[in-house]
Design a protein around this ligand. Structure first.
Ligand SMILES: *[C@@H]1O[C@H](CO)[C@@H](O)[C@H](O)[C@H]1NC(C)=O
Ligand SMILES: *[C@@H]1O[C@H](CO)[C@@H](O)[C@H](O)[C@H]1NC(C)=O
Ligand SMILES: *[C@@H]1O[C@H](CO)[C@@H](O)[C@H](O)[C@H]1NC(C)=O
Ligand SMILES: *[C@@H]1O[C@H](CO)[C@@H](O)[C@H](O)[C@H]1NC(C)=O
Ligand SMILES: *[C@@H]1O[C@H](CO)[C@@H](O)[C@H](O)[C@H]1NC(C)=O
Ligand SMILES: *[C@@H]1O[C@H](CO)[C@@H](O)[C@H](O)[C@H]1NC(C)=O
Ligand SMILES: *[C@@H]1O[C@H](CO)[C@@H](O)[C@H](O)[C@H]1NC(C)=O
Ligand SMILES: [Zn+2]
Length: 486
């Protein structure tokens, strides 16, 4: 008995050697493919571009320093949540992807879509486009979504490979845990989509100019810090491309700036499909001219358009869900039918040319340059950028990969319109060949590591044989085999 136990002790001691070596070699193996595309897209709803400077946001600033930052992102009109979220994952303007507002009516389907009642699950509203999670899956990959708007809707008969049904009460930490579980599972996702409701909720409630917004923004910065900490813990940090963005900004409203439709229009003459700051108006049969004429001269801070006269730059015209008349309030003005209705201190939805409607955009990861600031981009360009990172073929869209290519470190020398060839400005940017040499080095390292592991196994097995333990054969396969497989 005594002899047996001392040999077992020896066996255990020796077992540690190959185990430690394997543990040392394994993380290196995962960097064997530094180009393995992995993308995590994170959106904090209603995070205005300049919230970054309102209070200290060290985690956001760290991403900017070790990654890229775009100062002005022109999102799409209308600057509401669902239209912009669908643009991020399709690269299409609202008139083309079909989610033209948070509240819509489709006269052909004779159906309504409403965020207020979470009445958004009708597939038909979504199927003019194919979101990136589906295209990614069709290319043989897996996508995972933690509450990203639209990801729990069945679109073209499909859901994301992994997703959480929407539930506002699920804490951020739980969403992060799911995303990390999916990225590190046996059949890992290569595309993760993570959504958080703030600072939009509090922005509406307090108004963006409230000093209390500072606490809200600090809290979001802590959430980003938590996400980064968990990604590091899961050994995903450094191999994954993290993109942090938002759908829109927020502007301060006031009870002094209310436009009350009841003062001008008879409710029997129209149906109000969407309210503020872009009132979508469906006149009743035969009432179009009267409703339009009345409203056009109603209020100096309300600009009224017939659908076919909506400015070209909004790309908000050619869709039957855009109502025959839209009335767009000036920034900071609020449209209601009756003043007795609820009022919010902060809102968005206004002209997408207004800086206060613009979201943040930062990214860090192996594909991105470091400490690089870009002045501006269109949010439609995110989609082709994502497709490039995931190495999948983009469906037709309204963005341009060329316009955002300079965010990437492997951006090939480009030819500018004036014919001059430009190379990326930063010294850290490495051409492709260097990256390949780097991966040869990894390969050699891993090979040497593996050979060492094998040598130790041989010594270990020899030791076992010499120890003449009668039950060695039983111990050996159980303990050693999992290591051989690792
Ligand atoms: C549209 O649906 C409503 C019920 O939601 C119904 O009362 C109406 O008749 C329908 N209209 C048409 C044209 O089918
Ligand atoms: C949403 O999550 C909360 C907290 O986990 C839970 O109590 C609630 O039942 C969930 N709601 C639904 C509709 O699943
Ligand atoms: C509201 O309208 C007045 C009068 O036309 C104009 O002076 C003011 O600038 C407008 N407000 C905004 C926020 O555009
Ligand atoms: C607007 O609200 C007030 C107060 O609730 C009410 O007295 C009035 O009739 C409403 N106006 C219309 C046109 O519904
Ligand atoms: C980042 O870039 C700015 C100028 O673009 C420079 O002043 C700063 O020193 C750089 N920081 C790091 C850490 O490289
Ligand atoms: C955004 O797109 C428009 C065309 O739709 C283009 O004129 C403009 O230059 C783009 N802006 C940026 C920053 O790429
Ligand atoms: C946007 O892209 C879609 C799909 O390619 C296309 O049908 C549409 O005409 C484009 N819109 C604009 C304004 O170019
Ligand atoms: Zn909002």
């Amino acid at each position: 008995m005594l002899r047996q136990s001392s040999t077992l002790k020896m066996t255990w001691k020796l077992l540690w050697v190959p185990f430690l070596l394997a543990a040392w070699a394994l993380p290196t193996t995962s960097s064997l493919h530094p180009d393995q595309p992995k993308v995590l897209l994170v959106a904090f709803d209603g995070f205005r571009w300049d919230y970054l400077y309102k209070v200290p946001t060290p985690h956001f600033h760290s991403v900017m320093k070790y990654g890229v930052h775009v100062k002005q992102v022109t999102n799409i009109f209308i600057t509401k949540t669902y239209p912009n979220f669908y643009t991020m994952v399709t690269g299409l303007f609202a008139e083309s992807h079909g989610i033209v507002s948070n509240d819509m009516f489709d006269p052909v389907l004779n159906k309504s879509f409403s965020l207020d009642h979470m009445d958004i699950y009708d597939s038909e509203f979504w199927e003019a486009a194919t979101p990136i999670w589906i295209t990614n899956q069709r290319a043989g990959h897996s996508s995972g979504a933690a509450m990203w708007p639209g990801t729990d809707v069945k679109i073209h008969g499909t859901f994301p490979t992994r997703y959480m049904p929407y539930n506002q009460s699920i804490p951020f930490e739980e969403r992060v845990a799911k995303i990390i579980e999916w990225f590190t599972s046996k059949e890992p996702i290569n595309l993760g989509l993570l959504y958080w409701e703030d600072p939009d909720d509090m922005g509406h409630h307090l108004g963006p100019d409230s000093p209390l917004m500072g606490t809200v923004i600090s809290d979001i910065d802590n959430k980003l810090g938590y996400l980064i900490k968990m990604l590091k813990k899961a050994k995903l940090w450094g191999t994954l491309n993290l993109i942090i963005t938002s759908d829109h900004g927020m502007t301060q409203c006031s009870e002094e700036r209310i436009i009350e439709l009841d003062q001008y229009l008879d409710r029997d003459h129209y149906v109000l499909i969407d309210q503020s700051p872009v009132a979508a108006i469906l006149p009743k049969e035969g009432e179009f001219d009267e409703v339009y004429e009345t409203l056009a001269h109603a209020h100096p801070n309300l600009t009224v358009y017939k659908r076919e006269e909506i400015p070209e730059r909004w790309h908000y015209r050619y869709n039957r869900r855009i109502q025959p008349i839209i009335a767009v309030a000036d920034q900071g003005w609020h449209v209601v039918q009756n003043k007795s209705e609820d009022f919010m201190l902060g809102n968005h939805g206004y002209d997408n040319a207004l800086p206060e409607m613009h979201p943040i955009f930062l990214a860090q990861g192996p594909a991105f340059r470091k400490n690089f600031t870009k002045e501006s981009m269109n949010s439609t360009d995110l989609y082709p950028l994502l497709c490039h990172l995931l190495d999948i073929t983009a469906t037709p869209h309204n963005g341009s990969f060329q316009k955002v290519q300079d965010l990437l470190r492997s951006a090939a020398p480009r030819t500018t319109p004036d014919g001059k060839s430009t190379t990326p400005l930063h010294g850290r940017t490495k051409p492709k060949e260097y990256e390949q040499e780097e991966s040869y080095a990894y390969f050699i390292g891993v090979s040497l590591g593996s050979i060492l592991v094998i040598i130790f196994f041989v010594i270990f097995i020899k030791h076992l044989v010499r120890s003449q333990m009668p039950d060695v054969g039983a111990v050996h396969p159980e303990i050693v085999q999992p290591l051989l497989h690792a």
